[in-house]
Design a protein around this ligand. Structure first.
Ligand SMILES: [Fe+2]
Ligand SMILES: [Fe+2]
Length: 294
């Protein structure tokens, strides 16, 4: 096989994926092992049973979700590499490393509390549908089908929905609960890092989808159709999580999560729709702020 090595023409230093790669090298270097959970352990002892149940439930979903996205990313990396997008592949090496660290971070939190018996996220049918059916099947499809439609379907499911709606909503709601009550500082510190990493992941998905929509405007219809299919699962998951409580734990109710999830959906679709009519050059030079990257 004859390769056209990019080293002959140079790397696209100004392109958004390469800027993301540089950013990840700079900001993605936090170490979950360096986080101190001493105060978190003390706070844990002061929580009510309901509060502990709530935290274990939400965080076990996070933990399993991080594990799922770590396992399911590889087919996308392969598809992007096969199509010769070297700068994107270089960025994606940091993406997978960061997901692995998120898995480690949540595990360390549970370990620090002595909790090996965390709740299983399988208690929610909506959660199961997302992480055992929708996400793996969208990603695994790329092993045999790297058509634009398959890549769009995978990136919408992974980057726009699981990361852009579910994880962002979870981070927001959880941050409200813990920060408002000034508890769990170690957990909050790790979540801040993870959230920043996620902004790059979602930013990459925004770039990838914009690149594809700019080549074929009809793909935007697929984006919005896929998001409409998935959104009821997010709403259902939030409702499942709150079904156990008469009074919402930590003073944050389901509406806070539901409204945030809907706002996220609107933002994602608005940004992607803007790709219609943009030139490829404009997309490669997109500012970080436009893709929501911090
Ligand atoms: Fe993550
Ligand atoms: Fe992520």
């Amino acid at each position: 096989m004859n390769r056209n090595y990019q080293t002959a023409t140079g790397l696209k230093h100004d392109s958004l994926p390469f800027r993301l790669y540089q950013k990840a090298k700079k900001f993605g270097q936090w170490d979950p092992l360096a986080i101190d959970f001493t105060q978190d352990r003390k706070d844990w002892g002061n929580f009510t049973d309901e509060e502990r149940h709530f935290i274990l439930q939400v965080l076990s979903q996070f933990q399993a979700g991080e594990e799922a996205v770590t396992i399911d990313l590889l087919p996308l990396v392969m598809a992007v590499a096969e199509q010769g997008h070297l700068e994107e592949e270089m960025y994606l090496t940091t993406f997978l490393f960061e997901e692995a660290k998120h898995v480690e971070f949540f595990r360390l939190f549970f370990d620090s509390l002595g909790h090996t018996d965390m709740l299983t996220p399988n208690t929610s049918e909506n959660y199961n549908r997302i992480f055992s059916v929708e996400l793996p099947s969208a990603m695994q499809r790329l092993r045999t089908d790297t058509s634009p439609e398959a890549i769009v379907n995978a990136s919408v499911t992974y980057n726009m929905f699981v990361e852009g709606v579910l994880a962002e909503t979870g981070y927001h709601g959880f941050h409200m609960s813990a920060a408002k009550n000034r508890v769990l500082p170690g957990l909050l510190q790790g979540l801040e890092h993870a959230k920043r990493d996620e902004s790059r992941h979602i930013g990459y998905g925004t770039f990838l989808l914009q690149r594809m929509i700019s080549e074929n405007g009809d793909l935007f219809d697929l984006v919005s159709q896929r998001m409409s299919e998935l959104m009821p699962l997010a709403m259902g998951l939030i409702e499942d999580n709150y079904a156990h409580y008469e009074i919402p734990p930590f003073g944050v109710d389901a509406d806070e999560y539901l409204n945030f999830a809907l706002r996220q959906l609107g933002t994602r679709l608005d940004v992607l729709e803007r790709a219609r009519g943009k030139s490829m050059n404009e997309i490669y030079r997109m500012e970080e702020s436009e893709a929501g990257i911090v």
